[in-house]
Design a protein around this ligand. Structure first.
Ligand code: AMP
Length: 225
């Protein structure tokens, strides 16, 4: 399986798509946001600093993110295809990542951009709920994705919570940062001929279908089920 990099605005569905692809093809899902939230939850000095940055919707420093990512990529479960969700987020990070893949002998793979209209993001971000037990993702405003009980996971009975940065104020910062810092990656990867664009306006099921079609028309790039 080719490694995948997902690029999208906050709330466009990177995390949900990555989880769906993991389920279908067995990809390893690496979310730098999750790695940072885990680090923040430790509650030590570094963790508290990360928590503060995350809550404001700002970027964590390149060195911290890169160290967490590199460590994660060394795990055996990254041997047979992984999905990067949330990295790189700037051209500088993409250049750093080019160096890492060379250093630890990985393939860059395919880069998929999820395109979404800004108006749709507010509902997706403010309605998002996550399970503390199994990381399942819900949306209380979307009948297709809402849990039976707003506070409880349908799958494992775990407690559902809202991310500290899933509010309108942080969304504005995160969205503007995406446009300014992350969108230039589209040209960066286009020039490397590994970029594919998929609309995620219609929701997670349609997005998944489109991405599966894309992966399966890429010949031997994925193992078909
Ligand atoms: P996400 O879960 O991808 O929405 O990321 C949540 C937050 O984690 C972001 O708003 C940033 O504060 C931080 N973060 C995640 N990935 C990166 C990255 N590649 N560079 C800097 N900060 C990041």
């Amino acid at each position: 399986m080719k490694n995948l990099i997902l690029i999208a605005a906050p709330g466009a569905g990177k995390g949900t798509l990555a989880k769906d692809l993991k389920e279908k093809y067995g990809y390893t899902h690496i979310s730098t946001g999750d790695l940072l939230r885990e680090a923040a939850a430790k509650g030590d000095e570094l963790g508290n600093k990360i928590h503060e940055t995350l809550t404001k919707g700002e970027f964590v420093s390149d060195d911290i993110v890169l160290a967490a990512l590199k460590n994660r990529l060394m795990n055996d479960d990254c041997e047979n295809g992984y999905i990067l969700d949330g990295y790189p987020r700037t051209v500088k990070q993409a250049e750093m990542y080019d160096d890492i893949v060379k250093e630890i002998n990985k393939d860059l793979g395919m880069v998929i951009v999820l395109d979404i209209d800004k108006e749709l993001l507010i509902e997706r971000i403010t309605g998002r709920r996550l399970c503390r037990g199994c990381d399942a993702i819900y949306n209380i405003y979307n009948p297709e994705l809402s849990p039976k009980d707003e506070h409880t996971c349908d799958k494992c009975g775990g407690e559902l919570y809202q991310r500290s940065d899933d509010n309108l104020e942080s969304l504005e910062t995160r969205y503007n940062t995406y446009i300014e810092k992350t969108q230039p990656l589209i040209d960066y990867y286009n020039n490397k001929n590994c970029l594919y664009r998929v609309s995620s306006n219609e929701g997670s099921k349609v997005t998944l279908k489109r991405v599966i079609e894309l992966l399966e028309t890429q010949g031997d790039s994925v193992d078909k089920n």
